[in-house]
Design a protein around this ligand. Structure first.
Ligand code: ADE
Length: 221
């Protein structure tokens, strides 16, 4: 899976070279191609933003540099172009599963007061939000989306982890325990030490439902 990211801050994506995603990059399971929109400016100060027509606070990212940066990728028209924006469709695990079916994605990160509306009309296919709050730019949201999709790519993590995890069956995940058997006077539930696989499975299913009812009843409706 190749993530082409159009951004003013490509260096921010170097933090993805750690941990599970870092290993996936090393093993060529995923690739993050962060392209600097500023490299496609056409003025000597490399300006990529300007004042909004009609006035108002802040600056707007100009359409031509973004358009040229996108064209430099030479991606097929069928490749989704995701614009990270608080106005977008709320990102979900189901959306991540759909995006994981592609070999390649383009993600556009906005900054300042956003991008010229004509870029949305010309290249953007999907506008995606990571939640109802406003960040200073689309880079962190892009990393959230990349991380979520990457772990669904074959051989990035164990298949079993994906099948059992939260949201995979509209339920939160059951509680987990590891050594020591007793911590601050609290013992690991007896059934998990029993070695009885049927009972363990049943207990986990019940706990998943219980915890979903308690923490996220909206998932059950
Ligand atoms: N850019 C700024 N805020 C955002 C959000 N909540 N989701 C996606 N992109 C954003």
């Amino acid at each position: 899976m190749k993530f082409n990211v159009l951004t003013l801050f490509p260096e921010m994506f170097s933090i993805m070279n750690e941990s599970i995603i870092g290993r996936a990059i090393e093993n060529n399971k995923i690739e993050i191609n962060a392209v600097n929109i500023r490299d496609f400016a056409d003025n000597k100060h490399n300006r990529v933003d300007d004042y909004p027509y009609g006035g108002g606070a802040g600056m707007v990212m100009m359409a031509p540099p973004i358009f040229r940066a996108y064209n430099s990728l030479n991606v097929d028209k069928s490749v989704p172009v995701i614009y990270m924006s608080p106005q977008g469709k709320p990102f979900t695990q189901d959306m991540a599963r759909e995006y994981a079916k592609y070999d390649e994605l383009v993600i556009l990160c906005g900054h300042y007061e956003g991008v010229d509306e004509r870029i949305l009309e010309e290249i953007v296919t999907d506008e995606v939000s990571i939640g109802d709050y406003v960040l200073t730019g689309g880079e962190l949201p892009a990393m959230v989306v990349i991380d979520t999709i990457s772990r669904l790519v074959d051989d990035v993590i164990a298949k079993e982890s994906i099948e059992e995890e939260s949201f995979s069956s509209n339920l939160l995940e059951y509680p987990q325990y590891t050594r020591p058997e007793e911590f601050n006077g609290k013992k690991v539930p007896e059934v998990l030490l029993s070695g009885h696989h049927e009972n363990i499975k049943k207990w986990r299913e019940e706990e998943a439902v219980k915890r979903t009812k308690l923490k996220r009843p909206d998932l059950l409706s």
